[in-house]
Design a protein around this ligand. Structure first.
Ligand code: PEP
Ligand code: MN
Length: 338
Protein backbone atom coordinates (compact mmCIF):
# COMPACT_ATOMS: atom_id res chain seq x y z
CA UNK A 1 0.00 0.00 0.00
CA UNK A 2 1.18 3.56 -0.62
CA UNK A 3 -0.01 6.79 0.89
CA UNK A 4 0.07 9.73 -1.51
CA UNK A 5 0.30 12.98 0.41
CA UNK A 6 -1.43 16.15 -0.78
CA UNK A 7 0.78 18.57 -2.74
CA UNK A 8 0.56 21.05 0.15
CA UNK A 9 1.13 18.48 2.93
CA UNK A 10 3.52 19.80 5.56
CA UNK A 11 6.31 18.01 7.39
CA UNK A 12 4.19 17.47 10.50
CA UNK A 13 1.52 15.67 8.46
CA UNK A 14 4.15 13.52 6.73
CA UNK A 15 5.69 12.61 10.08
CA UNK A 16 2.22 11.79 11.38
CA UNK A 17 1.69 9.22 8.64
CA UNK A 18 5.17 7.75 9.11
CA UNK A 19 4.54 7.35 12.86
CA UNK A 20 1.21 5.67 12.22
CA UNK A 21 2.86 3.24 9.80
CA UNK A 22 5.50 2.38 12.39
CA UNK A 23 2.91 1.97 15.15
CA UNK A 24 1.07 -0.47 12.89
CA UNK A 25 4.29 -2.48 12.64
CA UNK A 26 5.32 -1.63 9.06
CA UNK A 27 8.33 0.22 7.66
CA UNK A 28 7.77 3.56 5.95
CA UNK A 29 9.72 4.35 2.76
CA UNK A 30 9.52 7.93 1.56
CA UNK A 31 9.69 8.96 -2.06
CA UNK A 32 9.81 12.74 -2.47
CA UNK A 33 8.37 13.62 -5.86
CA UNK A 34 8.25 17.01 -7.54
CA UNK A 35 4.69 17.61 -6.33
CA UNK A 36 3.80 14.83 -3.93
CA UNK A 37 5.50 12.88 -1.21
CA UNK A 38 4.62 9.20 -1.51
CA UNK A 39 4.99 6.98 1.53
CA UNK A 40 5.24 3.24 1.00
CA UNK A 41 4.27 0.68 3.66
CA UNK A 42 6.60 -2.26 3.53
CA UNK A 43 6.94 -5.42 5.58
CA UNK A 44 4.73 -7.78 7.50
CA UNK A 45 2.72 -7.04 10.59
CA UNK A 46 -0.09 -8.73 12.49
CA UNK A 47 -1.98 -5.43 12.23
CA UNK A 48 -4.18 -5.61 9.12
CA UNK A 49 -3.83 -2.65 6.79
CA UNK A 50 -7.00 -0.57 6.59
CA UNK A 51 -6.96 1.98 3.80
CA UNK A 52 -9.49 4.18 5.61
CA UNK A 53 -7.26 4.57 8.66
CA UNK A 54 -4.74 6.35 6.47
CA UNK A 55 -7.05 8.01 3.94
CA UNK A 56 -8.64 10.12 6.67
CA UNK A 57 -5.37 11.41 8.12
CA UNK A 58 -4.39 15.06 7.78
CA UNK A 59 -2.49 15.88 4.60
CA UNK A 60 -3.31 12.58 2.86
CA UNK A 61 -4.52 12.79 -0.74
CA UNK A 62 -5.22 9.11 -1.38
CA UNK A 63 -4.24 5.58 -0.49
CA UNK A 64 -3.37 3.12 -3.25
CA UNK A 65 -2.89 -0.63 -2.97
CA UNK A 66 0.14 -1.84 -4.92
CA UNK A 67 -0.74 -5.15 -6.44
CA UNK A 68 2.80 -6.01 -7.55
CA UNK A 69 4.87 -7.97 -5.01
CA UNK A 70 7.79 -5.61 -5.69
CA UNK A 71 6.82 -2.41 -3.95
CA UNK A 72 9.93 -0.23 -3.76
CA UNK A 73 10.99 -1.10 -7.32
CA UNK A 74 7.53 -0.33 -8.66
CA UNK A 75 6.70 2.78 -10.67
CA UNK A 76 3.45 3.10 -8.75
CA UNK A 77 5.43 3.88 -5.60
CA UNK A 78 8.04 5.98 -7.39
CA UNK A 79 6.65 7.38 -10.67
CA UNK A 80 9.78 9.31 -11.68
CA UNK A 81 12.93 7.75 -13.11
CA UNK A 82 15.64 7.10 -10.56
CA UNK A 83 19.08 8.42 -11.50
CA UNK A 84 22.19 6.60 -10.34
CA UNK A 85 25.21 8.93 -10.26
CA UNK A 86 28.24 7.74 -12.19
CA UNK A 87 31.10 10.17 -11.77
CA UNK A 88 29.40 13.32 -13.03
CA UNK A 89 26.89 11.53 -15.29
CA UNK A 90 23.56 10.05 -14.24
CA UNK A 91 22.48 6.57 -15.32
CA UNK A 92 18.74 6.88 -15.95
CA UNK A 93 19.03 10.45 -17.24
CA UNK A 94 18.19 11.19 -20.85
CA UNK A 95 21.71 10.34 -22.03
CA UNK A 96 22.52 6.71 -22.92
CA UNK A 97 25.68 5.79 -21.01
CA UNK A 98 28.25 3.21 -22.02
CA UNK A 99 30.13 0.94 -19.63
CA UNK A 100 32.97 -0.85 -21.40
CA UNK A 101 36.01 -2.97 -20.64
CA UNK A 102 37.28 -6.52 -20.55
CA UNK A 103 35.44 -9.47 -19.10
CA UNK A 104 38.37 -10.11 -16.72
CA UNK A 105 41.10 -7.87 -15.41
CA UNK A 106 44.13 -9.80 -16.62
CA UNK A 107 47.07 -7.55 -15.75
CA UNK A 108 47.86 -3.96 -14.76
CA UNK A 109 48.98 -3.14 -18.32
CA UNK A 110 45.94 -4.80 -19.91
CA UNK A 111 43.35 -2.91 -17.87
CA UNK A 112 45.10 0.44 -18.21
CA UNK A 113 45.46 0.04 -21.99
CA UNK A 114 41.79 -0.90 -22.44
CA UNK A 115 40.61 1.79 -20.00
CA UNK A 116 42.43 4.48 -22.01
CA UNK A 117 41.01 3.13 -25.29
CA UNK A 118 37.38 2.98 -24.14
CA UNK A 119 37.65 6.40 -22.51
CA UNK A 120 38.98 7.83 -25.77
CA UNK A 121 36.08 6.17 -27.65
CA UNK A 122 33.49 7.77 -25.34
CA UNK A 123 32.76 5.29 -22.54
CA UNK A 124 31.40 6.64 -19.25
CA UNK A 125 32.55 3.80 -17.00
CA UNK A 126 35.05 0.94 -16.98
CA UNK A 127 34.04 -2.67 -16.42
CA UNK A 128 36.37 -5.55 -15.51
CA UNK A 129 36.06 -8.61 -13.29
CA UNK A 130 38.56 -9.31 -10.52
CA UNK A 131 36.42 -12.10 -9.04
CA UNK A 132 35.10 -14.25 -11.88
CA UNK A 133 32.15 -16.65 -11.65
CA UNK A 134 33.35 -19.40 -13.98
CA UNK A 135 31.41 -22.49 -14.96
CA UNK A 136 34.54 -24.59 -14.50
CA UNK A 137 36.61 -24.45 -11.30
CA UNK A 138 39.67 -25.02 -13.51
CA UNK A 139 39.10 -21.81 -15.51
CA UNK A 140 40.76 -18.50 -14.58
CA UNK A 141 39.03 -17.24 -11.43
CA UNK A 142 40.27 -13.64 -11.51
CA UNK A 143 43.14 -11.78 -9.84
CA UNK A 144 41.14 -10.85 -6.74
CA UNK A 145 42.37 -7.84 -4.79
CA UNK A 146 45.29 -7.24 -7.18
CA UNK A 147 42.74 -6.90 -9.98
CA UNK A 148 40.82 -4.34 -7.92
CA UNK A 149 44.03 -2.37 -7.34
CA UNK A 150 44.76 -2.29 -11.07
CA UNK A 151 41.20 -1.14 -11.74
CA UNK A 152 41.66 1.67 -9.23
CA UNK A 153 44.87 2.67 -11.01
CA UNK A 154 43.03 2.70 -14.34
CA UNK A 155 40.40 4.97 -12.77
CA UNK A 156 43.16 7.25 -11.47
CA UNK A 157 44.54 7.61 -15.01
CA UNK A 158 41.28 7.88 -16.97
CA UNK A 159 38.76 9.20 -14.44
CA UNK A 160 36.38 6.39 -15.42
CA UNK A 161 34.34 4.97 -12.51
CA UNK A 162 34.64 1.23 -11.98
CA UNK A 163 32.02 -1.48 -12.30
CA UNK A 164 33.19 -4.84 -10.97
CA UNK A 165 31.58 -8.06 -9.83
CA UNK A 166 31.19 -9.12 -6.22
CA UNK A 167 30.47 -12.77 -5.50
CA UNK A 168 30.58 -13.05 -1.74
CA UNK A 169 29.04 -10.95 1.05
CA UNK A 170 32.29 -11.15 3.04
CA UNK A 171 34.01 -9.22 0.26
CA UNK A 172 31.80 -6.12 0.56
CA UNK A 173 34.36 -4.12 2.62
CA UNK A 174 37.16 -4.93 0.16
CA UNK A 175 35.29 -4.41 -3.10
CA UNK A 176 33.57 -1.19 -1.96
CA UNK A 177 37.00 0.23 -1.15
CA UNK A 178 37.93 0.10 -4.85
CA UNK A 179 34.71 -0.06 -6.90
CA UNK A 180 32.17 2.62 -7.74
CA UNK A 181 29.52 0.08 -8.69
CA UNK A 182 29.08 -3.45 -7.34
CA UNK A 183 28.00 -5.84 -10.06
CA UNK A 184 25.87 -8.77 -8.94
CA UNK A 185 26.19 -11.31 -11.74
CA UNK A 186 23.52 -13.44 -13.38
CA UNK A 187 24.56 -16.49 -11.36
CA UNK A 188 24.08 -14.60 -8.11
CA UNK A 189 20.85 -12.77 -8.87
CA UNK A 190 19.06 -14.81 -6.24
CA UNK A 191 21.91 -15.00 -3.75
CA UNK A 192 19.81 -13.28 -1.12
CA UNK A 193 22.63 -13.02 1.42
CA UNK A 194 24.68 -11.16 -1.19
CA UNK A 195 21.73 -8.94 -2.15
CA UNK A 196 21.23 -8.00 1.50
CA UNK A 197 24.94 -7.27 1.90
CA UNK A 198 25.20 -5.01 -1.17
CA UNK A 199 21.95 -3.31 -0.15
CA UNK A 200 23.28 -2.56 3.33
CA UNK A 201 26.56 -1.25 1.87
CA UNK A 202 24.66 1.72 0.35
CA UNK A 203 27.02 1.41 -2.63
CA UNK A 204 25.70 1.61 -6.23
CA UNK A 205 24.66 -1.79 -7.57
CA UNK A 206 24.36 -3.24 -11.08
CA UNK A 207 22.05 -6.22 -10.77
CA UNK A 208 22.14 -8.63 -13.71
CA UNK A 209 19.19 -10.80 -14.62
CA UNK A 210 19.66 -14.47 -13.90
CA UNK A 211 19.82 -16.62 -17.02
CA UNK A 212 16.61 -18.45 -16.03
CA UNK A 213 14.97 -15.61 -14.16
CA UNK A 214 11.74 -13.91 -15.13
CA UNK A 215 11.42 -10.14 -15.18
CA UNK A 216 9.44 -10.45 -11.95
CA UNK A 217 12.23 -12.49 -10.33
CA UNK A 218 14.67 -9.73 -11.27
CA UNK A 219 12.44 -7.05 -9.76
CA UNK A 220 12.02 -9.11 -6.57
CA UNK A 221 15.82 -9.45 -6.36
CA UNK A 222 16.11 -5.65 -6.71
CA UNK A 223 13.57 -5.34 -3.89
CA UNK A 224 16.08 -6.99 -1.52
CA UNK A 225 18.65 -4.28 -2.27
CA UNK A 226 16.08 -1.47 -2.13
CA UNK A 227 14.71 -2.71 1.19
CA UNK A 228 17.96 -1.54 2.79
CA UNK A 229 17.21 2.04 1.78
CA UNK A 230 19.73 1.71 -1.07
CA UNK A 231 18.05 3.00 -4.23
CA UNK A 232 21.23 3.25 -6.29
CA UNK A 233 20.27 0.16 -8.25
CA UNK A 234 20.60 -0.44 -12.00
CA UNK A 235 19.04 -3.51 -13.61
CA UNK A 236 20.71 -5.36 -16.47
CA UNK A 237 19.20 -7.53 -19.18
CA UNK A 238 21.98 -9.87 -20.33
CA UNK A 239 20.14 -12.56 -22.25
CA UNK A 240 18.32 -15.63 -21.04
CA UNK A 241 18.59 -19.35 -21.68
CA UNK A 242 16.22 -20.63 -24.34
CA UNK A 243 16.15 -23.61 -26.71
CA UNK A 244 18.06 -21.50 -29.26
CA UNK A 245 21.70 -22.47 -29.70
CA UNK A 246 22.75 -20.06 -32.48
CA UNK A 247 23.75 -17.55 -29.83
CA UNK A 248 25.14 -17.94 -26.30
CA UNK A 249 21.90 -16.58 -24.81
CA UNK A 250 18.72 -15.08 -26.23
CA UNK A 251 18.59 -11.31 -25.87
CA UNK A 252 15.25 -10.53 -24.29
CA UNK A 253 14.77 -7.13 -25.92
CA UNK A 254 11.15 -7.24 -24.72
CA UNK A 255 12.41 -7.02 -21.16
CA UNK A 256 13.72 -3.48 -21.73
CA UNK A 257 10.37 -1.73 -22.34
CA UNK A 258 8.65 -4.14 -19.95
CA UNK A 259 11.07 -3.13 -17.18
CA UNK A 260 10.93 0.57 -18.08
CA UNK A 261 7.16 0.46 -17.56
CA UNK A 262 7.29 -1.60 -14.37
CA UNK A 263 10.09 0.16 -12.51
CA UNK A 264 11.74 3.54 -12.00
CA UNK A 265 15.23 2.00 -11.91
CA UNK A 266 17.66 2.52 -14.83
CA UNK A 267 17.85 -0.37 -17.29
CA UNK A 268 21.13 -1.44 -18.83
CA UNK A 269 21.53 -3.86 -21.71
CA UNK A 270 24.48 -6.24 -22.12
CA UNK A 271 24.74 -7.27 -25.79
CA UNK A 272 28.02 -9.15 -25.16
CA UNK A 273 26.68 -11.88 -22.88
CA UNK A 274 23.29 -11.79 -24.62
CA UNK A 275 24.84 -12.90 -27.93
CA UNK A 276 28.25 -14.39 -27.09
CA UNK A 277 29.52 -13.27 -30.51
CA UNK A 278 31.36 -10.01 -31.09
CA UNK A 279 30.01 -9.63 -34.62
CA UNK A 280 26.44 -9.43 -33.25
CA UNK A 281 27.22 -6.91 -30.53
CA UNK A 282 26.77 -3.79 -32.68
CA UNK A 283 23.30 -4.74 -33.99
CA UNK A 284 22.08 -5.68 -30.54
CA UNK A 285 23.55 -2.55 -28.96
CA UNK A 286 21.62 -0.36 -31.37
CA UNK A 287 18.47 -2.43 -30.83
CA UNK A 288 18.88 -2.09 -27.06
CA UNK A 289 19.10 1.70 -27.29
CA UNK A 290 16.13 1.85 -29.64
CA UNK A 291 14.15 -0.28 -27.17
CA UNK A 292 14.79 2.27 -24.43
CA UNK A 293 17.86 1.09 -22.50
CA UNK A 294 19.48 3.76 -20.33
CA UNK A 295 22.91 2.29 -20.85
CA UNK A 296 24.93 -0.53 -22.36
CA UNK A 297 27.63 -2.68 -20.80
CA UNK A 298 29.99 -4.01 -23.47
CA UNK A 299 33.04 -6.25 -23.33
CA UNK A 300 36.11 -4.78 -25.03
CA UNK A 301 39.55 -6.41 -25.27
CA UNK A 302 42.74 -5.36 -27.13
CA UNK A 303 43.55 -8.97 -27.96
CA UNK A 304 40.31 -10.98 -27.92
CA UNK A 305 41.97 -14.10 -29.35
CA UNK A 306 44.09 -14.38 -26.22
CA UNK A 307 41.58 -13.12 -23.64
CA UNK A 308 41.40 -15.14 -20.42
CA UNK A 309 37.58 -15.10 -20.59
CA UNK A 310 34.86 -14.20 -23.10
CA UNK A 311 37.23 -13.32 -25.95
CA UNK A 312 34.69 -14.61 -28.49
CA UNK A 313 32.25 -11.86 -27.57
CA UNK A 314 34.76 -9.05 -26.98
CA UNK A 315 35.08 -6.09 -29.33
CA UNK A 316 38.45 -4.69 -30.28
CA UNK A 317 38.77 -1.06 -29.12
CA UNK A 318 38.54 0.30 -32.67
CA UNK A 319 35.31 -1.66 -33.29
CA UNK A 320 33.93 -0.32 -30.00
CA UNK A 321 34.83 3.23 -31.11
CA UNK A 322 32.80 2.78 -34.31
CA UNK A 323 29.92 1.38 -32.32
CA UNK A 324 29.89 4.47 -30.09
CA UNK A 325 29.40 6.68 -33.14
CA UNK A 326 26.44 4.63 -34.34
CA UNK A 327 25.01 4.40 -30.82
CA UNK A 328 25.01 8.20 -30.66
CA UNK A 329 23.03 8.43 -33.90
CA UNK A 330 20.38 5.95 -32.70
CA UNK A 331 20.16 7.70 -29.33
CA UNK A 332 19.66 11.05 -31.07
CA UNK A 333 17.05 9.56 -33.41
CA UNK A 334 14.89 8.63 -30.41
CA UNK A 335 15.40 11.95 -28.66
CA UNK A 336 18.19 10.90 -26.31
CA UNK A 337 21.82 11.89 -26.09
CA UNK A 338 24.75 9.44 -25.87
C1 PEP B 1 30.34 -10.65 -16.78
O1 PEP B 1 29.83 -9.52 -16.75
O2 PEP B 1 31.49 -10.88 -17.19
C2 PEP B 1 29.49 -11.80 -16.39
C3 PEP B 1 30.01 -12.88 -15.85
O3 PEP B 1 28.18 -11.58 -16.68
P1 PEP B 1 26.88 -12.47 -16.33
O4 PEP B 1 26.81 -12.51 -14.83
O5 PEP B 1 25.77 -11.71 -16.97
O6 PEP B 1 27.09 -13.83 -16.94
MN1 MN C 1 32.10 -11.85 -19.37
Amino acid sequence: MIVVMQARANQEQITGVVKRIETDGYTAHLSEGEHHTIIGLVGESPTPLREDNYATMDGVDKVVRISEPYKLASRTFHPHDTHVPLNGSDMGDNKVLLIAGPCSVESREQIIEIACAVKEAGATALRGGAFKPRTSPYSFQGHGENGLKWLAEAREITGLPIVTEIMDPSLVPMVTEYADVLQVGARNMQNFTLLNAVGASQHSVLLKRGMSATVKDLLMAAEYVLSHGNNKVMLCERGIRTFETATRNTADINAIPVLKAATHLPIIFDPSHATGKWELVESLSLAGIAAGADGLIIEVHSDPANAMSDGRQSLKPEVFAELVQKARKVAEAIGRGA
